[in-house]
Design a protein around this ligand. Sequence first.
Ligand SMILES: Cc1cc2nc3c(=O)[nH]c(=O)nc-3n(C[C@H](O)[C@H](O)[C@H](O)COP(=O)(O)OP(=O)(O)OC[C@H]3O[C@@H](n4cnc5c(N)ncnc54)[C@H](O)[C@@H]3O)c2cc1C
Ligand code: FES
Length: 328
Amino acid sequence: MATIPRITFGEATFSCQPDESLLDSLLRQNIQVPFGCRQGVCQACLMRSIDAAPPESAQAGLKDTLQTQNFFLACVCHPEQDMTVALPNQQGAFIEANVIKKQLLSPDIIHLVLEYQTPFNFFAGQFVNLKRPDGLIRSYSIANIPHAKNVLEFHIRRLPKGQFSNWVHEELKLGTALSLSAAQGACHYVPGRATQPLLLIGTGSGLAPLYGIIADALTQGHQGPIHLFHGSRDLNGLYFIDELRELSEKFNNFHYVASISGDNIDSKHVKGRANDIALASIDSLSGWRVFLCGHPEMVNQSKKMAFMKGASMADIYTDAFHVLQADS
Ligand SMILES: Cc1cc2nc3c(=O)[nH]c(=O)nc-3n(C[C@H](O)[C@H](O)[C@H](O)COP(=O)(O)OP(=O)(O)OC[C@H]3O[C@@H](n4cnc5c(N)ncnc54)[C@H](O)[C@@H]3O)c2cc1C
Ligand code: FES
């Protein structure tokens, strides 16, 4: 029978059961460590092993410089041997930014604008981890391009009973300081290949990174066609409709389709799921650059479909909005 690994954190030593992640075992000991998505995406649960090398699978997605220093993600770490673990030195890992604007974009989605004072580098479409004063962390995508005003814009969809999203919608006040991590993720526009066709598909607040990516591409003079398909089950998940229609009038190469998959639909919108409509309207995606953002199921399914239609995996960029599962 395999031995059960022993974990040491500070003064505490305890076992990590075969069916639990290292994060679960720490939380079971009432050891408070930061976490967000619990799916190996947001990197909020970054930790370091002081002795044994962590399992390779717990280092997926980390920079090679972090991997060689035995950093790993606790939520997807299933230890294979005894480990002494610690939190990374988080000094400087979070900076502060003040809320300067909150405005509803639709009944479910709010536009949150933060202003930062400390130098901060990012690409539109990357995400940051926002930390509430009580330590609760969630990831949100950046919807604007860097500019002189030192602001970050987010589109935050309220989930029924969602802790962070409801707090932002209901309680977060103008002037409040929030902590935010460095920007992460590879879902952003890279200049070059200016005539390449771009396909962007998003659901609900999945428009946030796409909005930033489109602004970036147009600002950088992208000349190839840019096709945006934004979908939602109902009207509450659609927003920026007028702004995007205006943008398509201003830029000949920008094309926009808003769709609703539910039954309650008016004549202004196309009926159906954004990814089905998008992929049915394009014969071949060979040579295209594809961005997929929002509901994880839509993102995974569309990724496979885009590949089957000829897109190269290297040209498919994704940002799946994983949320905590109900029993987490
Ligand atoms: C890389 C990344 C980028 C992200 N970017 C954004 C963004 O730009 N905008 C944005 O709004 N979100 C984004 N998210 C999701 C975000 O991080 C949070 O998970 C989300 O806001 C919910 O957090 P919460 O604390 O409100 O809900 P939690 O308290 O974590 O609760 C979520 C609960 O809601 C339930 N639930 C899940 N989906 C639904 C649903 N469709 N309807 C009803 N209930 C549901 C689940 O059962 C779960 O129990 C992103 C996530 C990742 C990983
Ligand atoms: S990567 Fe572990 S909590 Fe998000």
